[in-house]
Write a protein that binds this ligand. Structure first.
Ligand code: NDP
Length: 297
């Protein structure tokens, strides 16, 4: 029997309805409108598309967004100064720096400057550490979206063999940690993994985030496995595909996410969820860190 195709657009739409209700409640109970500041450096076309989608999604649920644009050769200190000001701005509940940044930037330094209380992407070391010990405030949006998709489909991860292909800081590693926290047995593969198929074939749940079209073929997948394709690849003919041979693998899997329309819409939606959560925490006085003074070390 062919796999059930998990409709990320539909699941995301349901979560956005909840987002709208939470935004209304914040306005009614606290007079607060959640705000997201987005920092963009340079003119990367893919980044532009992502930013446009994020701003639109914010507007759709009633979150205010503030875009800050810089030329590609901007001095890193100018961006650090802006982040310091945004940390103090009470209209801003989330700060997002669109990645990748130009080569002259020290990404660690930039992410460290963002207040952990406004780190809605979940990349600050404080939130990364929270993920390691199972006490995170803002889970990174893409793996968070995958967890929500699994929950929505009623797929339990407890005791399951999960294989995550890809070990990046923004997808693979946090994904593995979040599923381990939910008591899966997790294996992480990466570009140096020898004989990838010997690992993927053991997966009850296979999450693929490598950025390699057609990396996962049907013979690498166990019959009945759940396959989550995080990859987004643009082929020379302009077609958008994931990392999984969708047509082949869907005949073996029990569930599969399409690209586009699977994990992608969830990523943007979880950014909205994290921004609203940040505004709720501030309204209730649940932030963890005292305000830093702009420009302070
Ligand atoms: P990175 O390039 O940062 O990381 C890719 C990871 O995959 C690395 O750990 C790399 O291994 C591993 N890898 C690469 N080739 C292979 C291979 N042949 N076999 C096994 N592992 C391999 O990418 P990201 O994590 O940022 O993104 C991964 C994919 O997910 C991309 O296609 C990206 O566009 C997409 N993406 C989708 C999102 C969504 O919302 N749907 C959001 C974010 C990303 P090593 O560490 O050894 O180099």
């Amino acid at each position: 029997m062919p796999a059930k195709i998990i409709d990320g657009v539909k699941v995301a739409a349901g979560i956005r309805v909840e987002c709208k209700a939470r935004v209304k409640a914040l306005a009614a109970d606290h007079g607060v409108t959640p705000g997201l500041a987005v920092i963009v450096v340079g003119n990367d076309p893919a980044s532009r598309v992502y930013i446009r989608n994020k701003m639109r999604a914010c507007a759709d649920v009633g979150i205010r967004s503030f875009q800050h644009e810089f030329p590609v050769d901007v001095d890193q200190n100018i961006v650090l100064d802006l982040i310091a000001r945004l940390n103090l701005d009470t209209d801003v509940h989330g700060i997002l720096v669109q990645l990748p940044l130009p080569a002259h930037f020290n990404i660690r330094q930039i992410l460290a400057e963002i207040s952990a209380d406004k780190d809605v992407d979940g990349f600050h070391l404080y939130n990364v550490g929270g993920l390691v010990i199972g006490d995170t405030v803002f889970p990174p949006c893409t793996p968070y979206g995958v967890v929500k998709l699994l929950e929505h489909e009623g797929i339990s991860v407890e005791g399951k063999n999960v294989v995550v292909v890809g070990a990046s800081n923004i997808v693979g590693k946090p994904m593995a940690l979040m599923l381990m926290e939910r008591e899966a047995t997790v294996c992480i593969c990466h570009a140096k993994t020898r004989d990838l198929a010997q690992f993927t074939i053991l997966a009850d749940i296979l999450v693929v985030a490598a950025g390699q079209p057609n990396l996962i073929r049907p013979e690498m997948v166990r019959t009945g496995a759940v396959v989550i394709d995080v990859g987004i690849n643009r082929l020379p003919d302009g077609k958008l595909v994931g990392d999984v041979d969708f047509e082949g693998v869907k005949t073996k899997a029990s569930y599969i996410t399409p690209v586009p329309g699977g994990v992608g819409p969830m990523t943007v939606t979880m950014l909205l969820v994290n921004t609203i959560l940040s505004a709720e925490r501030r309204a209730l006085g649940h932030t963890r860190f005292p305000e830093r003074t702009a420009g302070a070390a």
